[in-house]
Design a protein around this ligand. Structure first.
Ligand SMILES: Cc1cc2nc3c(=O)[nH]c(=O)nc-3n(C[C@H](O)[C@H](O)[C@H](O)COP(=O)(O)OP(=O)(O)OC[C@H]3O[C@@H](n4cnc5c(N)ncnc54)[C@H](O)[C@@H]3O)c2cc1C
Length: 440
């Protein structure tokens, strides 16, 4: 198979990159699952936008403070200053954000933010954004979308990427020759016992990068979400009780139904407080009280969460719900420059798979959709500018041997081990406690 640009991943990063590439290029997007099974569809809270120039210092400082000042400051500046442009694009595709009665945009607030600067669509902001990106992609004749098609490896020689090895839904294995490959394979949650991520997001892009010696960064920077609905079934994806629920007033209680911490701390600090409290109380969860949010606001802003709690047997209008921390977001990833280029020629990494340092050691809430979109557009812009004729390596494709890829379970295990070993190695060096358990 041949294509001009192969995009691996149909989340917001992969889709938006495709929409920003030249329309005369043949673009192929593959996704391991169906197109709606990406974390981009799950985002509940919202997407940040710089409201006006006066908010720049506050937004910048909140992002750096949450990231423990380990952020790449240029990436942070780029993300914030590009936010209005990206939001305008989203609205041009038909994305709706909540508005006041006078038509002006409404903003909400989440933990770690000094002010209200987050756009939202009920508690389904990610679905609203990504479904419109998807609709737009489906209208473009130059873009082909292949579902249930999995990246198994890249094809490279002398640090230049010439394409990829993929598996089709019927398990046939094939190579794809491409001028550029964009890895947008999402996060690492599928490797963890408790995670809010889709279970098929097993850090494949990162594993392939480690295998080929492509530079990676902050590989052990994992964000744990402090509040997910407690379930004792580890096979299920953990359901997130959005940060903005706490932003709108929900409170956390210990086993005696007493508040024990400030609910609006950054995620990593709050997670530590909750885990400490659970240990002290000898419990598997703490309680979250959504009754502190005015009734109408709770039902209007968080209908999805209310419905889920009821489905699980808890009525949030009448009682507290059990919540527990779970793996949620990956700050580390394949190291990229400000145009999303990796250390390998003609290979780009986008979205949660990539690390441009914007989040530092800890992501500020609602910065990830924005970061994924801003830097996906920059990768597309960079590729658009390339004028140099590209080298071809037909021999890599003619002599391709699929045998090493045929045992898919063994390959998945090899890739999981590569990533977990690297995370563990770095945790030992930095002496960071491992608070999330791997999936067995
Ligand atoms: C429950 C939840 C709530 C969230 N809420 C927010 C929020 O309110 N605001 C915010 O900013 N962020 C939020 N996030 C984070 C945000 O959703 C993600 O960081 C962002 O959507 C990542 O987008 P992406 O395109 O990089 O990856 P994803 O959307 O995860 O897409 C990854 C894609 O890669 C594909 N893929 C993976 N491996 C392979 C392979 N080997 N071969 C082929 N395809 C592959 C997958 O099938 C998928 O299509 C939330 C995340 C979760 C889980």
């Amino acid at each position: 198979m041949k294509t001009d640009i192969l995009i691996v991943g149909a989340g917001c990063a992969g889709l938006y990159a495709a929409l920003n590439l030249p329309s005369q290029k043949k673009i192929t997007i593959i996704t391991k699952s169906d197109v709606e099974s990406s974390d981009s569809f799950l985002a509940q809270g919202g997407i940040c936008m710089l409201k006006d120039e006066e908010d720049f210092p506050g937004y910048y400082e909140d992002t750096l403070k949450a990231g423990h000042y380990e952020n790449d400051t240029k990436s942070v500046e780029i993300m914030i200053w590009s936010s209005q442009d990206v939001i305008a694009d989203l609205m041009s595709y038909g994305t709706n954000f909540h508005r006041h009665a006078d038509g002006s945009l409404d903003f909400t607030r989440e933990g770690g933010h000094g002010t209200h600067r987050i756009l939202f669509h009920r508690d389904q902001t990610g679905k609203e954004i990504t479904s419109h990106l998807l609709e737009e992609v489906r209208h473009r004749e130059n873009i082909t979308l292949l579902e249930h098609t999995t990246l198994l490896d890249i094809v490279e020689k002398d640090n230049v990427c010439y394409g990829a090895v993929i598996a089709h839904p019927d398990e046939t294995i094939e190579t794809v020759e491409a001028d550029y490959v964009f890895l947008a394979t999402g996060g690492v949650g599928g490797l963890y016992r408790h995670s809010t991520n889709f279970r098929h997001l097993t850090a494949d892009g990162l594993a392939i990068a480690l295998k080929h010696g492509i530079a990676c960064k902050d590989t052990n920077y994992i964000q744990i979400h402090p509040t997910t609905f407690y379930t004792d079934s580890p096979k299920e994806r953990s359901f997130l009780i959005s940060e903005s629920v706490r932003g709108e007033g929900a409170k956390l209680y210990d086993k005696h139904m007493k508040r024990f911490t400030d609910e609006l701390q950054p995620r990593d600090l709050l997670t530590k407080e909750i885990l400490k409290q659970m240990e002290k109380d000898g419990t598997d969860f703490v309680w979250e009280d959504l009754r502190c949010i005015p009734h109408d606001e709770l039902h209007k802003h968080f209908p999805n969460i209310v419905e889920y709690c009821k489905k699980m047997g808890y009525d949030p209008d009448k009682e507290c719900i059990p919540v527990v921390p779970a793996q949620h977001y990956y700050m580390g990833g394949i190291k990229v420059n400000h145009q999303s280029g990796t250390s390998m020629e003609r290979l780009y990494a986008l979205g949660e798979t990539a690390c441009n340092g914007v989040h530092g050691k800890n992501r500020l809430a609602s910065n990830s959709l924005l970061e994924s979109l801003v830097f996906a557009k920059r990768a597309a812009a960079e590729v658009k500018l390339q004028q140099v004729p590209l080298k071809k390596a037909p021999e890599l494709f003619e002599n391709f041997d699929p045998t090493p890829y045929e045992d898919r379970d063994a390959l998945a295990k090899e890739y999981a081990n590569l990533v977990q070993a690297e995370i563990t190695r770095l945790n030992q060096i930095t002496k960071d406690p491992v608070i999330a358990e791997y999936r067995r």
